[in-house]
Each structure stands twice: as C-alpha cells, then as structure tokens.
Ligand binder design. Structure first.
Ligand code: ADP
Length: 430
C-alpha cells in the first residue's frame, strides 16, 4: 500500500468516496459485516495505510459544497485511490439522495466516470433496512414518497421531487434511464439484459429500483464488473459477496477484529439530541460525570483543567463522562447570549482539549457523542484513519484510530444508540 505519493504494491478490492463522515462510517460498517477489512480515512492521509485492508472509505464533507469544490475534492480522493489501485470504485451518497438541482451527485459522478474512463454506472440509493426503497424510479421514505417526507423541509438539501430519474437528470448532461423493479425482481438473467439494454440505448446512468435486500443482492451480482458503482450503503450490502465468491475475503468475524488497545476509558458528549440527553441521564444514575457549559467557559473559567483534575482522581478506578450536553432551553439560552456558532464552538474546543488531556492521563478507549463533536475530537487527536470494527448499535461501530498511540473510538452521531449506549459500548471493547 502507499501513502500520498508512493507506488502501489497491493490492490484494494474496493475504493469508496463518501460525501459525508457518518455516511462513510455507515458504509464502512456494512462492508465489515460483509467480511471486508475496512479503513475509513478522514480526507487523504499523509501516512501510508496498513496493508491488511480490503476496502478504504475516504470520508469527505462534500454533500453541500459548491459543485465545483465537491468535484475537485472527490477527484483528488479518486486519484489517491487509483494510485493504490482498486478493483472497483464506489461513490456513496445519502439514501435520501440529498442534493440540490445543481448537485452534487450528478457532477461528482460525471467527474468520477470521466476520470475512470467508464460510460455507464448505476445509481441506487435504496436502503430497505432504513426504510428507503425505490420503485419505478420513485424514492420512498417509509410509507411516503420522498417529497412528502421530512426531507422536503431539509434546511440545506430540500427534496421536493421523488422521481430520481428527474432529480439526477437535472444534475447531469448525460442521459438518465431506469431499470424497473419488474426486471430487478426476476434477478440475474432479465436484470442483466435490461441493464445492457438501458446502456445500449445511450443512457449513462440507470436508477435501479430496489425494495428489499434480496433486490440489492441481485443488483450487486450483475454489477460485479462495473468499475464504478454509485449509491447508498444499501447497495454495498451485496458487494463483499462478489469478492467472497472469488475467494478474496477472510470472513466477517475476522474482518471486524480490532487490535486491543488497553488503557483507561471515558465518554465525551457534546450532542444535545434527545437520545444523547437520555444516555447522559442513564449514565449519571450510576456513574460519575462532570458538566461543562458554554456560558461558564465564555466567562473565562478554566473548566478544561477543572474537568481533567476531577477525572484524574476517579478514572484509574472507573470510567468518567464529561459532557456539554444540555436540554433545549439551556442550549437556547446560551445561544442567545453567545450566538449559535460560538456557543457550539466553545464547547467543541473545550471537549477537544479535554480529549487530549484524557489521552495524556492514559485513556485509550473513548466514546464520543455528537457528529460535529466527534469531528473536532478526531481532529484534535490527530487521527487520520479509523479501522472499523463490529457495530455497537446500528450505524455506530467501535473503531481504532490510527495514530502514534492507537486509540479505540466509538463515534456516535446525535440520535443513535440505545439509552445504555455508553455503558454498552465500553463493555464491548478491550
Ligand atoms: P449531534 O450529532 O447531536 O447533532 P453535534 O456534536 O453534531 O451533535 O452538535 C452539537 C453541537 O452543540 C456542538 O457544536 C456542541 O459543541 C454544541 N453544544 C454542546 N453543548 C452545548 C450547550 N450546552 N450549549 C450550546 N451548544 C452546545
């Protein structure tokens, strides 16, 4: 394997580009479950990556960037993956096809296609496990069309048209066709023939219907030789089996094995979601915790040192929770005084410095609650790549952050996880 500039020595099976961080983790977890040893890299790493890896997910943050920036960042990621050499490339976007009429799914897919020299790719966001299904090219969220779901009010990417052929067609000059469920449900023979017909009729993309995992697996079989696949985590479900049939995978248990890191344990929480607040309260009923808050921090009180001093006396005996999480009315009051961004930033900065301090105290197992908070902590700890392990709850795996001293990280975005998530996560790691 290679770093940024070296020569390729080993081929990866699958090189993925994800348009956001948690989507990348979701994809990586799916691949691990399928038996692929998977590394999620945060941007393009400077250091070489380990060579016992089958799939790499480059997690970008391109979903809502201007299209030209999303394209150039995605192409840069592709160049890096091409240098390593991959048998297949995957462009991962959201299962609700989050995008605007200008992009970024179409422009990025067009650019990846051109760079890889391919003239056809499927687009399949379906993810039945998460109740995202596609029928006659129309995306459903649960029982309702995408355009009637909460996604129609999304602040950045409102989805007001459920017909994905139309949606993608607005984002590309290439022709967008459809492979309907009547062909998908018949599996291999008819599906392959229909896909070939769509391609031969001059279409560059096919939206492919899928309403069940069996549909996704059938689609995966017929696209096994496509150099570029685009879609949600759902379609990735069947990709490992393609490599498995060729004898190229080691099996799912071995794929999710992580090196043991030893050390002490802690939880940091910057999420104020309903689920996280309940998880914090659950922890507090039996275990020690320390609260920081943006107003106190803004007054100049050194809650970072206070939290670390407090932790020092306890953490040798039991794990601690340090949190900014608060109820909506408390958050609102801080935001009104400090501004929304500044209130968030001040807590993220403090939790990042606390993370560094905890690692200095010997913490090697860290649960972090909050998407933005996780991003800030991972950055502060200089983690460039995460080896993905088994899932604790759907969408949240244990990972090992590769750095000079490896650290086990469970990065949980807001609403994920059962009420005992923190305790459960720490009970599962060595
Ligand atoms: P989630 O995944 O639940 O959206 P994030 O970490 O992405 O969580 O976002 C939560 C934001 O709220 C972060 O920027 C965090 O710093 C901020 N925050 C945490 N505690 C407070 C608080 N008490 N008051 C205001 N903002 C806070």
């Amino acid at each position: 394997m290679v770093g940024a500039g070296g020569l390729a020595v080993t081929k990866l099976l699958l090189g993925c580009i994800a348009d956001d961080f948690t989507g990348g983790t979701d994809l990586a977890s799916t691949l691990v479950r399928g038996g692929m040893r998977t590394l999620q890299v945060i941007g393009i790493p400077k250091e070489p990556i380990p060579d016992d890896i089958d799939a790499v997910v480059v997690a970008l943050k391109t979903r809502t960037l201007p299209a030209d920036e999303a394209v150039s960042e995605s192409l840069e990621a592709l160049e890096w993956l091409k240098k390593i050499g991959c048998r297949q490339y995957f462009f991962k976007y959201c299962s609700t096809f989050d995008s605007t009429p200008k992009g970024n799914i179409g422009p990025v897919a067009d650019a990846l296609m051109a760079s890889l020299g391919v003239d056809f790719a499927i687009a399949c966001p379906a993810f039945p496990d998460n109740k995202r299904t596609v029928y006659q090219g129309h995306l459903f969220v649960g029982d309702v069309l995408l355009s009637e779901s909460g996604m129609r009010h999304h602040p950045l990417t409102p989805m007001t048209d459920s017909n994905l052929v139309n949606v993608l067609q607005q984002q590309t000059r290439k022709k967008v066709g459809l492979v309907p469920h009547s062909a998908v449900s018949k599996g291999n023979g008819l599906l392959k023939k229909t896909l070939a017909q769509v391609k031969d009729s001059g279409y560059s993309y096919a939206i492919v219907d899928a309403v069940t995992d069996d549909d996704l697996r059938a689609i995966a079989v017929v696209i096994q030789d496509h150099l570029l696949v685009t879609g949600g985590s759902g379609i990735a479900l069947g990709l490992p089996d393609n490599f498995g049939r060729k004898g190229l995978l080691i099996g799912s248990e071995a794929a999710s094995e992580l090196p043991s890191v030893g050390g002490l344990s802690a939880v940091l929480s910057g999420s104020c979601s309903v689920a996280t607040n309940a998880q914090v309260a659950h922890w507090q009923s039996t275990r020690p915790s320390f609260q920081i808050d943006p107003l106190t921090l803004a007054k100049g009180e050194d809650q970072v040192t206070q939290a670390l001093e407090w932790a020092k006396s306890i953490i040798q005996n039991e794990p601690v929770l340090i949190y900014g999480s608060a109820k909506p009315e408390t958050v609102k009051a801080a935001q009104e005084l400090l501004g929304v961004e500044a209130a968030g930033q001040i807590v993220e900065d403090a939790l990042s410095r606390i993370a560094i301090g905890l690692v200095d105290l010997g913490v090697r197992k860290l649960v972090v609650a909050g998407g933005e908070t996780s991003g800030a902590v991972v950055k502060a700890l200089n983690v460039e790549a995460l080896r993905i392990g088994a899932s604790i709850d759907p969408g949240v795996p244990w990972t090992v952050g590769l750095r000079d001293v490896p650290i086990a990280l469970a990065l949980k975005s807001g609403n994920f996880g059962t009420v005992d998530f923190f305790e459960k996560a720490l009970g599962q790691v060595q």
